[in-house]
Design a binder for this molecule. Structure first.
Ligand code: SR1
Ligand code: MG
Length: 417
């Protein structure tokens, strides 16, 4: 294997032109390939390659954080974890839930995959005020199936432990989350930035002992509870959509962690979208969009619970909550009681993860376009302040909040001001 070299628009056809995985899709006439670099994420290069017979995406990791530059090295092996996560997610959530992988080159840290078109990044659609009809169901199913089927509730213990070991080396990407999500927002970390008008609220949050303790308890849970294979960065920028199709992309942060992390991060990004809508109202009211977002949040959680419960009853083949203790002894109610406890723990933890995710996207290094695209700084600060207060409430009071309706009612209350 040749040593790693970053691709460019110019070198890509020459370097990948002999690969059947590409020529099968694009056609043999490499000179006719059109290549565009479209990566706008924080970490990687992404190329769209179009040929006479089709198109593909080539995603290549860089040996550093693209958002920051070469001063922040980041291992190429994240591409290996992304590849292995994509394969597992497709097997667990079903074909057509993630982009199909066509080729993986470990040394070049590149994955060739299906080009999703006319798909758009979900976050962009939400900023534009588009109400996608399928995402509540599709995302609820995706998280339930990947989280359940990657855990000791379903997998054979040996297989799950082998996967735990495989993903255990994704240390540097976990380290990003451990610092950026759970710690940096709560002190003057070097790369933090935020809208200046938030300063008094930032000071209040950083002096909030209950919040800081809760954030560290959540970090403890994130680092120590290797429960299932997580996507690890499941926000609305990691989902591509049309009205009829939903695909989850970019699982390079995949590792074994707590189930509630993926669900909490996902819901947080919908709540942040909710609080950002008033900043995008110059072209008309977003009242209907706000209602749609709360309905979608309710739907993701309801679908997650229903599907997780279905899998619990039909696919609980792992070593946890063994059937031999419950159903096989004529005690199906015991299994239901245990399910209730497991869902209850996921619920309380997801609120915590959602709360700190709201904070880090406003106070930390990596911000959300939902707020960043609000040009009027005063308006942006109003939206962000609501999300910060919301995040604090759900993180600190997570054990005393009992339903998604209660959280959404609180969000609506904050939104009204
Ligand atoms: C330095 S990476 C910053 C963020 O980008 C990724 O998408 C993750 O969300 C990470 O926290
Ligand atoms: Mg990403």
């Amino acid at each position: 294997n040749a040593s790693f070299e970053a691709l460019t628009v110019e070198t890509l056809p020459g370097r990948l032109g002999a690969l059947a995985a590409l020529t099968d899709h694009l056609g043999d006439d490499v000179s006719a390939w059109r290549v565009r670099e479209v990566g706008d994420g924080n970490l990687n290069l992404v190329f769209i390659v179009e040929g006479s017979t089709g198109s593909v995406v080539v995603k290549q990791a860089l040996p550093y954080v693209r958002l920051v530059g070469e001063s922040w090295p980041l291992p190429l092996k994240r591409s290996f974890f992304e590849y292995h996560a994509l394969i597992r997610q497709e097997a667990r959530a079903g074909k057509g839930t993630v982009p199909a992988v066509l080729h993986f080159d470990e040394a070049q840290a590149l994955i060739v995959m299906e080009y999703l078109t006319p798909h758009i990044i979900l976050r962009k659609e939400l900023i534009a005020g588009r109400e996608l009809p399928r995402i509540g169901v599709d995302l609820g199913l995706f998280v339930a199936r990947t989280l359940f089927r990657g855990s000791d509730l379903h997998m054979a213990a040996r297989d799950r432990k082998a996967d735990l070991a495989l993903f255990a080396d994704n240390v540097e990407l976990c380290d990003i989350t451990e610092n950026l999500v759970f710690t940096d927002p709560y002190f003057e970390a070097k790369l933090n930035h935020y809208t200046p008008a938030l300063e008094p609220l930032v000071a209040e949050l950083r002096a909030d002992r209950d919040l800081k303790v809760e954030a560290q308890r959540l970090k403890h849970l994130f680092a120590a509870n290797a429960e299932t294979l997580l996507h690890g960065d499941l926000h609305t920028g990691s989902v591509m959509v049309t009205d009829t199709d939903t695909r989850v992309i970019d699982p390079e942060f995949a590792f074994y962690g707590p189930m509630a992390f993926d669900v909490g991060m996902m819901l947080a990004n919908f709540w942040m979208s909710y609080f950002s809508q008033s900043g995008h109202e110059q072209d008309g009211s977003r009242e209907s969009m706000r209602a749609y977002l709360l309905e979608t949040i309710t739907s993701i959680w309801a679908v997650f619970r229903t599907e997780f419960s279905r899998l619990w009853r039909s696919e609980r083949s792992g070593m946890l909550y063994a059937r031999s203790l419950f159903e096989d002894r004529g005690d199906p109610l015991g299994a239901e009681q245990a399910l209730d406890r497991v869902l209850h723990d996921i619920w309380q933890d997801l609120l915590g993860f959602a709360g700190v995710e709201c904070h880090r996207r406003i106070l930390g290094l990596a911000h959300n376009a939902d707020f960043e695209t609000i040009e009027d700084e005063a308006k942006r600060a109003v939206c962000e302040a609501k999300a910060l207060r919301f995040g604090r409430h759900i993180a600190v009071n997570r054990r005393a909040i009992h339903s998604i309706e209660e959280v959404n009612a609180f969000a609506a209350l904050i939104e009204k001001g």
